[in-house]
Design a protein around this ligand. Structure first.
Ligand SMILES: O=C(O)c1ccccc1NCC(=O)[C@H](O)[C@H](O)COP(=O)(O)O
Length: 231
């Protein structure tokens, strides 16, 4: 039996944390690759040990990476999926799907933090373009300012879950939709109850220190996720 909700432990920087995520029952781990605004980012070379014999399907996250570099990443790391933090061109998504059929293409969509205005229609259009282009999954995350810089992920900040629900409900049944942004062991139950996503993606909410995961937080998170239903 597996949990009804998937869990992806992201911003993984070392093999020990990937193994810990697997032991605690997560389904995927994510590695941020060559993203300058992320303190958890690794170069392709530094990421190789995490991808060489992974304990879970590994996802490589990229932001505005040149298309040739994305192909180098795929050839050198052989990820389960490439997750675009910036909007991938529809033609590039189609090209990747045709050229590397075993690699999934995931697209992050960043909403402002809770309390800020959201152009829902515009988000719906963006998301529809990605789905039509053939992405395998969508991740609704939060973009937020930190120390004067806009960060597209790893913020530890939630977006407006009522708006996420509205967006998600309008896309339900197209591709799996993940919820990310400021989720932690204390609010994951409420997030699942409210949004009913395909899966939960999180990073800072299960860290002991920046870039290092915490076994107790991971266990607590996974206990709640598993308690939300079995299939
Ligand atoms: O972890 C980072 O530093 C990071 C930076 C830029 C993009 C993504 C990043 N992390 C990976 C993720 O996809 C996170 O799980 C997601 O953004 C949610 O992060 P958090 O709010 O910290 O749970």
């Amino acid at each position: 039996m597996t949990s009804a909700y998937k869990a992806k432990i992201c911003g993984t920087t070392n093999v020990e944390d990937a193994e810990m995520a697997a032991r605690e029952g997560a389904d995927f781990f994510g590695v941020v690759v060559e993203v300058d605004f992320s303190p958890r980012s690794l170069t392709i070379d530094a990421a190789k040990p995490l991808f060489s014999s992974p304990p879970l399907p590994p996802v490589a996250l990229v932001y505005n990476m040149a298309s040739t570099r994305v192909e180098t990443l795929i050839q050198q790391l052989n990820p389960f999926a490439v997750q675009f933090l910036s909007l991938a061109e529809a033609s590039f998504v189609t090209y990747l799907k045709n050229t590397y059929p075993r690699v999934e293409v995931w697209q992050s969509v960043h909403l402002p933090q809770a309390g800020e205005t959201v152009d829902v229609e515009n988000f719906q259009k963006t998301v529809q373009i990605s789905v039509t282009a053939g992405v395998d999954a969508l991740l609704f995350d939060t973009a937020a300012l930190s120390k004067g810089e806009m960060k597209f992920g790893g913020t530890g900040v939630t977006s407006d879950w009522d708006i996420v629900k509205k967006l998600m409900d309008s896309m339900r049944g197209t591709v799996p939709i993940w919820l990310a942004g400021g989720i932690n062991p204390d609010n994951v139950g409420e997030a699942i109850d409210k949004i009913n996503p395909y899966g939960i993606d999180l990073c800072s909410g299960v860290e002991a220190t920046r870039g290092k995961k915490d076994a107790a937080k991971l266990r607590s998170l996974m206990t709640t996720i598993r308690g939300k239903g079995l299939k």
